[in-house]
Design a protein around this ligand. Structure first.
Ligand code: DGT
Ligand code: CA
Ligand code: CA
Ligand code: ZN
Length: 562
């Protein structure tokens, strides 16, 4: 069977890690990481491409293209197999420890024969590392701590969890003294650690930071790292004159930073978190804000959500950056539950909340009554709710649209008959059961639902629950094609537990002309505020206002649905 792009990307990425441990030069190692990123972003299976076609993709050179072809043709990459044979598997995990880079891993392995986290911990606790240069008492303690941290941390944070950590930390900081950077600022669906840029003095900030920390990992005048619960927070201090370059650096992404630095280099400049230095004149430039730095490089300012080095830098140079959708453009919510299924709000509550949020409309989408979902609506209950909505709409204010979140059953049929669906304003269809189906079956199942003329929006298309349940197996390229063909919108489910579909698929869908609905899937009042997470994902997927269904006015929306 042909390998999926994800499997290929994992192999290439793993190869990079092994080379890194071997002490290979960093530009070579990065080429593997970058290629892995590129592969993940391809819609079409790489198996259909020739080596020449592949090496035309940004980030895949001849060398790596040849390896991918080898993988397709022979089922293996000889060099990779050799690497795997010569490098113990446990070493890759050591790379994940804070404060342990590839050089250290290399030394630990060659000098002490340490090949996994357990052995490293035993060696550190037994003071057996001290004979190595740079491995004093302090480093030893740091390693023991980062191993404990590594074991404790349960992967990446959801955005709502990240916000809790940020709130805990910033509650004690003076207003205006900090800006959150890193992947959080880029709007990513999950966040590894929190990065903060501070313009206040470390002498003021450090005592405040340690007052909220469960542990001070490292404290200094340039940077301080703390642990809050199981989470790490990195703070960099800067004066206001250098704030722009520091914020840019710490916002990343890493690949974005590297590309920017290369561009500066081509212009004869050195670029880092302190600014840009013109090497021929020795003239240093500092930037108090990011805009000034972008302009110095001859670029339009790039929104943080786009900074992943996937074409945005070229657009900024050519002044062709897209204008992105904004929270203020959103005129309604298109996926909301009431007491009709598993929500806690009544129909009138929904209208009131919509009005408070300044929405023109809310689409009421309770579950259909079918196997697997408790308390859904059957045909009779749908009719009753329709009437209830009609009555509520007699009051002016936020207009309630009658909808449903109808189950896509195991065989692709829907949980309610067409005779019921045809009476509703807008129909969302979602998969809730049979999540373990084989990819081709699941894909055809969803596509057949998209071909139902009453289905307007595909709800949470991959079914993932962040940190709890992976996406089900589905060929998203085929789903996107079918959505484009049938004029069905795809949901960006804005719940921080889902964020489904995520940025990469959003961008692919957009490029095929598919509209997206950014919806909160609210079950209670607070959930409505999750809209902002979905907007960030839409922005990361390069969406403008027109790509999003719920930026339309009520009339435009209903017209579009017809
Ligand atoms: P995360 O925390 O895994 O969700 O992702 P980020 O993007 O927040 O990454 P993090 O916390 O490791 O680093 C924060 C920023 O610092 C990152 O976005 C870019 C910058 N940075 C980190 N490491 C490097 C590096 O090796 N080279 C360059 N140029 N920038 C880096
Ligand atoms: Ca981070
Ligand atoms: Ca960090
Ligand atoms: Zn659902």
């Amino acid at each position: 069977m042909a390998l999926s792009n994800r499997q290929i990307a994992e192999t290439i990425r793993h190869m990079g890690q092994l080379l890194e441990i071997l002490g290979e030069e960093s530009f070579k190692v990065r080429a593997y990481y970058r290629a892995a990123e590129t592969i993940l972003r391809q819609e079409k299976p790489l198996a259909e491409k020739t080596a020449a076609e592949m090496s035309r993709l940004p980030g895949i050179g001849k060398n790596i293209a040849a390896k991918i072809v080898e993988l397709h043709e022979t089922g293996r990459i000889r060099e990779y197999e050799n690497l795997r044979e010569s490098i113990p598997a446990g070493l890759v995990e050591l790379l994940e420890l804070d404060g342990v880079g590839p050089k250290t891993v290399h030394k630990l392995w060659k000098k002490f024969g340490i090949v996994n986290v357990d052995e490293l911990e035993a060696a550190a606790r037994g003071h057996r590392l001290r004979s190595m240069r740079g491995f004093g008492e302090k480093k030893e303690a740091e390693i023991i701590r980062s191993i404990a941290h590594h074991r404790h941390r349960s992967g990446r944070m959801r955005r709502d969890q990240a916000e809790q950590v940020i709130d805990t930390v910033t509650a004690v900081l003076p207003p205006g003294s900090y800006t959150v950077a890193g992947s959080f600022r880029r709007g990513k669906s999950t966040v590894g650690d929190i990065d903060i840029v501070s313009v206040a003095s470390p002498f003021t900030m450090n005592p405040l930071l340690s007052s909220v920390a469960d542990e001070v990992i490292d404290e200094g005048e340039r940077r301080t790292s703390i642990r809050v619960g199981a989470r790490r927070v990195d703070v960099r201090f800067t004066d206001r004159a250098h704030f722009g370059s520091m914020l840019m650096y710490l916002t990343g992404s890493k690949l974005f930073n590297i590309h920017l630095r290369n561009i500066a280099q081509e212009q004869g400049c050195k670029l880092n978190e302190y600014g840009i230095e013109h090497l021929n004149t020795g003239e240093p430039f500092t930037f108090a804000d990011e805009e000034a730095m972008f302009h110095h490089l001859g670029m339009d300012p790039i929104p943080p959500e786009l900074r992943e080095d996937t074409g945005e830098i070229e657009c900024a140079q050519q002044h062709t950056l897209p204008s992105l959708v904004e929270p203020g453009h959103i005129r309604g919510d298109l996926h909301v539950h009431s007491t009709g299924s598993d929500g806690v709000l009544g129909i009138r509550d929904l209208a009131r909340i919509g009005e408070q949020r300044g929405y023109e409309y809310i689409l009421v989408t309770d579950h259909s009554a079918s196997l697997g979902v408790a308390g859904g609506l059957d045909a009779h209950a749908v009719r009753r709710q329709l009437h209830e909505i009609e009555v509520a709409n007699r009051d002016r204010g936020c207009h309630l649209l009658a909808g449903i979140e109808v189950d896509i059953l195991g065989d692709g049929r829907l949980g309610l008959p067409d005779s019921v669906l045809q009476d509703l304003d807008i129909v969302v269809a979602s998969v809730h059961s049979g999540l373990k189906q084989e990819q081709d079956i699941m894909t055809r199942r969803i596509i057949s639902a998209l071909h139902n003329e009453h289905v307007d929006i595909l709800g949470h298309p991959t079914g993932r629950l962040l940190g709890r349940r992976p996406a089900f197996e589905v060929d998203m390229a085929r789903i996107i094609e079918a959505a484009a063909e049938t004029g069905t919108a795809m949901e960006i489910n804005a719940s921080p537990h889902r964020l489904d579909i995520d940025d990469i698929h959003v961008r692919q869908a957009k490029e095929h002309g598919v509209r997206m609905a950014i919806s909160t899937d609210a079950h209670r009042k607070d959930d409505f505020a999750n809209m902002r997470y979905g907007v960030a994902i839409a922005r990361r997927g390069w969406c403008g206002r027109n790509d999003i269904l719920n930026t339309k006015s009520l009339n435009e929306l209903l017209e579009f649905i017809q």
